[in-house]
Structures are given as C-alpha cells and as structure tokens.
Design a binder for this molecule. Structure first.
Ligand code: GTP
Ligand code: MG
Length: 238
C-alpha cells in the first residue's frame, strides 16, 4: 500500500465550541486529545503540528475550556478537549466542561481515536483509567503519551513507559504507550505516524466505535446526578 504522508504543519484552527451542537458537521475523521488538566494536551498538539500558538497553553490548569477543533487537511481534524480532574474551578463550570467532553466522546461519530496525555511522573490516575477503559469498551484506539518526559533521564523514562504498559496489561487492550516531550520533541515522529495510520485506516469509514455507549463518567464524586448514568467500568455510583 502506498505510504500516506500528512503534513501536520499545515494544521489550522477551525473553531472553539462549548458543546458539540456548534461544531462543524459530524463528518470525516477526528482524533481527540484528552487528559488531566495541565497534563500537556495543548502543548502536545502544538508540538505535533510544529506551531507555537495553535492551541492555547498555560501554566494555570484549566486553560482549555472549550472543544477546539483544528483541521490537518480536509476531512482530518485534531480536537483539543478541556482537561479533567482540576479541582480549583467553580463546580458549575467544571460540570460544563465535563459535560462537553463526555458529550463529545459519546456522540461524535467522526471520532477515530484518542490521545490520552498523562504527566510521566504521575500517570494512570483514576480518571485516566476510566477513559482508557471506556475507549476499550467503545473499540476506539488510544495512544498514551507520557508527557513532560524531559523531566526524567533516559533510564527513568524507559522505566515509566514499562510500568505503565505493565499496569495496562490487565486492561487487555492494545494500547500504545510513548514517552513524549513537547519541549524536547521526544516522540513526535512516532505520534505523527500513529495519527496518520488512524486517519488513513478509518478515513471515510464508519466510526469503529462509540455507538450508543455512554461516555466515561469523569465527574468528581460530589458532582451532579445528571452525569451519574454514564458508563462507569468500576460500578461506583457517583
Ligand atoms: N517540562 C515540560 N513542561 C511541559 C511540556 N508540555 C507542557 N508543559 C507545561 O505544562 C503546562 C500545561 O500545559 P498545557 O499544554 O497547557 O496543558 P493542558 O493539558 O492543555 O491543560 P488544560 O488545557 O488546562 O487542560 C504548561 O506550563 C506547559 O508549559 C513538556 O513537554 N515539558
Ligand atoms: Mg489545554
């Protein structure tokens, strides 16, 4: 098969939306970046696209509050989602972000795969596990980026990747785990290759996924009952 090359540097901002109703038509192929607040989603997206200010980044957690859509080429887009697990925002605002994120994951037919970012020093928090479990149940491929890998030496980095792979073996899924640094450009080529394979494999095809499966419940334990009917692999009633 002819090798497809996608030039991620051509990626351009299309729109920001508080909910999926205001996104462009649900066509083509989209790959979403999900992860805890401040884990480096927006920075990863910028590094992959080799552009400094495509997605807004910040030292303050909770920078990305809307669903942000970027077009790589016609029919292929990257989506920067609001982060989860950030405590210091008003409850109502948190609910709104989580709702828009869950809604996107649950309903967007164009979704072809997710990139889950986790700080390499603190991977696999509860909500990360929930989202990975959900992706498995939804039959959606997931790529795990252990971000800020520049904070560790090569040996520790390798150990961290090995540990996460080991922990995930119990999930039974075929997750790809990469050490990544937006600052030092670690893992960029590998991520691009994976994204390109998802875009080409599933382009134009029906989503391999989500169907009617509810999105992961990423609400905090004291969050609104409205979200509590969402898929929860651990069976906890929130
Ligand atoms: N050392 C290091 N810091 C990074 C790296 N990538 C991101 N950061 C820092 O981590 C912080 C958060 O980065 P963002 O990309 O805004 O994180 P985010 O996941 O989009 O955060 P929210 O939008 O709040 O959910 C910023 O201070 C970044 O400079 C990296 O590769 N190495
Ligand atoms: Mg962000």
């Amino acid at each position: 098969m002819e090798q497809v090359v996608i030039d991620y540097r051509k990626t351009r901002f299309i729109t920001s939306s508080p909910d999926i109703k205001r996104l462009p038509d649900d066509l083509g192929a989209e790959i979403a970046f999900a992860g805890r607040s401040n884990s480096g989603k927006s920075s990863a997206l910028n590094a992959i696209c080799d552009q400094k200010h495509l997605a807004k980044t910040s030292r303050t957690p909770g920078r990305t509050r809307l669903i942000n859509l970027f077009e790589v080429k016609p029919g292929c887009s990257l989506v920067d989602l609001p982060g989860y697990g950030y405590a210091a925002v008003p409850e109502s605002m948190k609910r709104q972000w989580q709702k828009s994120m869950s809604e996107y994951l649950q309903k967007r037919k164009a979704l072809r795969g997710i990139v889950v970012t986790m700080d390499i020093r603190t991977p696999l928090k509860d909500h990360d596990r929930l989202i990975l479990d959900w992706s498995l149940a939804a039959n959606l491929p997931a790529l795990i980026l252990l971000t800020k890998a520049d904070k560790l030496g090569v040996t520790k980095r390798r150990e961290a990747v090995g540990e996460v792979k080991y922990q995930l073996s119990e999930f039974g899924g075929d997750f790809r785990v990469l050490a990544f640094s937006a600052w030092n450009k670690i893992g960029i080529d590998e991520v691009r290759q994976t994204l390109t394979s998802w875009f080409t494999l599933f382009h134009g095809a029906e989503a391999p996924t989500a169907g009617d499966l509810a999105a992961p419940d990423l609400a905090e334990p004291d969050d609104s009952a409205e979200l509590s009917t969402h898929f929860n692999p651990y069976g906890q009633v929130h």
